[in-house]
Design a protein. Sequence first.
Lengths: 356, 357
Amino acid sequence: MDWRRFGFIALIILVLIGVVVMVGATQVSPTVIVVSMLATTISVATPLTLGALSGIYCERAGVVNIGIEGMMLASAFFGWFGAIYLNTILKVAPMPSLLLGVVAAILTGGLLGLLHAVLSVTYKVDQIIGGTVINILAIGITGFLNRQLFFEKGSIFGGEVPHAPGVLPRFHIPLLADLPLVGRVFEQQPIAVSAVVLVLVTHFVLFYTRWGLRTRAVGEHPRAADTVGINVARMRYANVIIGGLIAGLAGAYFTLESVPSFEPLMTNGRGFISLAAMIFGNWSPFGAWASALVFGAAQALQINLQFFREQIPPQWAFLQQAYIVGLVPYLLTMVILTGIIGKTTPPAADGQPYEK
Amino acid sequence: MRKFLLASISLLTVVTLLAACGPKPTEAPTEAPAELSVEDCPKPEVFCVGLVTDVGKIDDKSFNQSTWEGVKKAEAELGALVQYIETTDSKDYAKNIAQFADAGFDVIVTVGFALGEATQEAGRQYPDVKFIGVDQFQAPGSEVPNVVGLIFPEDQSGFLAGALAALMSESGKVGAVLGTDAVPPVWRFGEGYRAGAHYINPDIEVTTVYHNDVGFDKTFTDPEWGKTTALSMIDKGVDVIFGAGGKTGNGALLGCAERGVMAIGVDDDQYYTVPEAQKVLLTSAMKLLTPGTFELIKMAKEGNFPGGGNYVGAVGLAPYHEFEDKIPAEVKAKIEEIDQALKDGTLETGVPPAKPE
């Protein structure tokens, strides 16, 4: 594992939190600030982490996937629709409705992953175009169905958006959540927890299993992999679909874990930020996770500096401009991409269709 | 087989996109009375009203929808033929307005600050059409004779919300989660809220957080950000939150509902638009878009259209609903008193019309 990169990223997060503690300490106790910063960081980072993992599966197998944004949006919609349909029409209890909604979201992502695999592996369509198709398709389908299903007079819900069955509940992570002061950080919702679990699982799968070795082989040198008998197309199909399933889980975060409502375009570019996090983390699960946390911390910084606007010392007055603070994650991305903390290297065959 | 599959996938894609994009012609007949159609609009005896939304849907349970209801009232009471176009991309403002103007519509309503320039431009280009620009302040010196800006004293509405928040807060910390302050009405809501809270209690801590870090088209459609921001405020002891910024603000209301913290909605009575937050919703700082829009359309029909300037609509607080019994009588009386003082001008919010540079 690339400890230098990981350390550098952790340092950035500490600096971002440190800035807010320094500014706000006269107003609110440092512990409260740190806990609230961490809580914001983790919730913002959840869909980004999952999106980045989705990208890692695809790209490690040699398929560029810029359709993650669209996969998230479509899954957010179908997960939400599934949960509401079960709860309102079929009178299923709220909890099972939500869980089945999550399943629907994951399957939606998987289906779009399959579409991407068909386009990019079987038909060797330019992978950027394939991803763009998915993004546009998702915007169109969700906008259209949202209108038809929820607002048309003759629709199944009679033109009224029904009461949502709520969001996935927070649960106590044993031991950690009982810690004094910082315990609240560990009162998390299931998708946030599964994002962290999936980071560990992905790391293990990619670097310690035969499957992972084969995945990386078809992403680095598909011809070599082919000559030793690995089915390149099948590996790519499988990984792109897995990536889609994970993007689906990221979509479920928006409508089933964060807020109980769907809005057109609600993913707001987070799929693309996930890709930045993936690159930032050099296509490794831990790196991507840490980078997603940096983006989360930057968002937390943006919110908190506005909160403590009146406490910002005059010589730092430029920090009062929310626009400048909002730029932090993008500036960081550019700095990282210049190679200051080591070169990022994509898989060698990333984006190239394999011709037998 | 391969080619066939590829062809059918692309065909499916195209068909879905076509179905999902653009104004849906099939809706037209349901909006108009059977005997009238858009072809009749150029006739002088047929009164046609068109509405162009900002990027967003006509049924957004907020801004676009309330304005549309004003237009529909004109259909019911004035016998107007009404239609709308939903803008999907901010580059299409001018095109969408022109579509109505070219079809011979008499009045065109454009919804939102962002359409201001396109509306003025169209006003110059089509001098015979009357334009109503919702939330579009017509600056002195640049008025167009056939364009009227329907504006609202958001600062007064925000002031009332802030005063109520300060009266109800126990922790001495109140907050607001807003869209971008580059939109003057949003900024005036925020600053009015601050002024109102300080009017009640000069020592109260008021924090306003604007969603400035994304583009215009995203700042009002990000409930996840709104909720995250609200939770971050609640963590630091804020116990009343004003959510003002379309869906982003709705996210803040949902965050309050999750933690059982008092919330105040915006624009409409959000008791009905965010039912999940009913238990915590104190009230909503309303802009009465529906009557304002209807009044102006009526004036246009009757020939006393106040073009070339601004028309100030009404604002006010929504009913307290579930808090009716929980808000002490003296708080209600105080709010009543402030509302009256703001209306007759004895109390001023001190908020300028736009954010100083």
